[in-house]
Design a protein around this ligand. Structure first.
Ligand code: CP3
Length: 353
């Protein structure tokens, strides 16, 4: 079976795709953000000999790391092992991913000239990612979805403008409000890069995509709608034609849920807002994804079971009140110290309760 046949014929029967598209999944779909990373000893073993960005551009390593959590935990989706800064790096932006810190940009972007100098992404520059997707699909069980992803323009802009991770986004918000033409030019360029990166993954056959606007929760709803939504909405519109579920996720985005859900099929919800309340905010017709607090996994088996039951019940009520489906996940990524055995047990519970 070729890759395109795998997506077209088997797609609708994948539990994750069924939940996203409003049909009844054969079991409750579950996967974890950051499932392919430092919680796994087999991941750490690979990374002893390979740098982070080096790994992201090596199709063989991407395939192996992406499949590790599927083999170990029996999750319903694999997420492509990559990073939100991979398309920027591929396009030629001088950056690195520093362990314990995150992305660090050599020359932050602050002016009109900086924006004009931002390189564009040629699909061939992320050919290694396309190749990795094809290899993964050839090995992935037919019912397991492969999720492709990209960073949303705002979260990418925040790294480029601040030069790295930030607490208050002072420079980002100053540019956004003080020089809206420069801001919109930058966001437009980043939206183009995000669209190209997603299209490359979709052409290679991914079964769903997730757009991470991890740090959009730093904005008010009004600022999100004015400065961000036009660009992110364009990203979602440009990939609608592939007919695969499009997930939109951010952290601390309770006040933004309606605006963020509008262009997407699935809205990611963190642990601060109950799934039923999220449905009240976004209205009917969207699936919800989430929202176990990642720290619950450190609280012992009784608390874990109680919290999983609570999220499953909340998800069932969300569906009864208008959500098209529920994809179980954490409210943000797996914390690095999480015991991998606890994750496996959580998946078992979610599939059997
Ligand atoms: O599930 C997965 O692991 C899939 C792969 C994945 C990574 N990054 C690998 C990674 C995904 C989906 C991302 C997305 C990403 N990258 C986001 C959005 C998701 C989120 O957490 O909100 C963001 C904001 C980034 C930027 C980034 N890259 C950060 C903040 C960090 C953490 C820095 C650290 O070391 O604590 C990274 C590094 C990174 N990306 C790691 C992994 C596995 C850790 C690097 C390592 O193993 O040394």
């Amino acid at each position: 079976m070729s890759h395109s046949q795998r997506t077209r014929s088997g797609h609708a029967t994948m539990p994750l795709v069924a939940a996203a598209q409003g049909s009844t999944p054969s079991r409750r779909p579950v996967w974890f953000m950051r499932q392919a990373g430092r919680s796994l000893p087999e991941y750490r073993a690979i990374r002893e000999n390979h740098g982070m960005l080096e790994s992201c551009f090596d199709p063989e390593l991407v395939t192996e790391i992406t499949l590790q959590p599927v083999r170990r935990h029996d999750v319903d989706a694999a997420i492509l092992f990559s990073d939100i800064v991979v398309p920027l790096k591929a396009a030629g932006v001088d950056l690195d991913i520093v362990a314990g810190t995150g992305p660090v940009i050599a020359a932050p972007i602050r002016t009109e000239a900086d924006v004009a100098g931002l390189p564009r992404l040629d699909p061939a520059q992320v050919g290694a990612v396309a190749h990795a997707v094809e290899r993964i699909l050839a090995e992935l069980p037919a019912e397991t979805a492969l999720i492709g992803f990209a960073g949303a323009p705002f979260t990418l802009a925040s790294y480029l403008i601040e030069g790295g991770p930030s607490r208050n986004y002072v420079n980002t918000k100053a540019l956004m409000r003080g020089a809206p033409e420069v801001w919109n030019a930058l966001m437009g360029r980043l939206a183009d890069i995000t669209i190209t990166f997603l299209q490359v993954q979709l052409e290679a056959g991914v079964d769903a995509i997730q757009v991470f606007d991890s740090w959009a929760g730093a904005l008010s709803e009004a600022d999100y709608r004015t400065y961000v939504a036009p660009h992110t909405d364009r990203v979602f519109a440009e990939v609608a034609g592939y007919g695969v579920p499009r997930i939109h996720f951010g952290v601390g985005t309770g006040e933004l849920l309606a605006a963020m859900a509008a262009p997407a099929d699935v809205i990611g919800v963190d642990w601060r807002v109950p799934l039923t309340e999220a449905v009240r905010r976004v209205g009917p017709g969207k699936a919800v994804q989430g929202n176990l607090d990642p720290t619950v996994l450190f609280a012992g088996p009784q608390v874990i079971e109680r919290e999983i039951r609570r999220v499953l019940d909340d998800g069932a009520t969300a569906i009864a009140t208008g959500a098209t489906g529920h994809i179980v996940n954490l409210g943000h990524g797996v914390l690095p110290d999480t015991d991998a055995k606890v994750l496996t047990r959580a998946v078992e519970l979610i599939h059997t309760l």
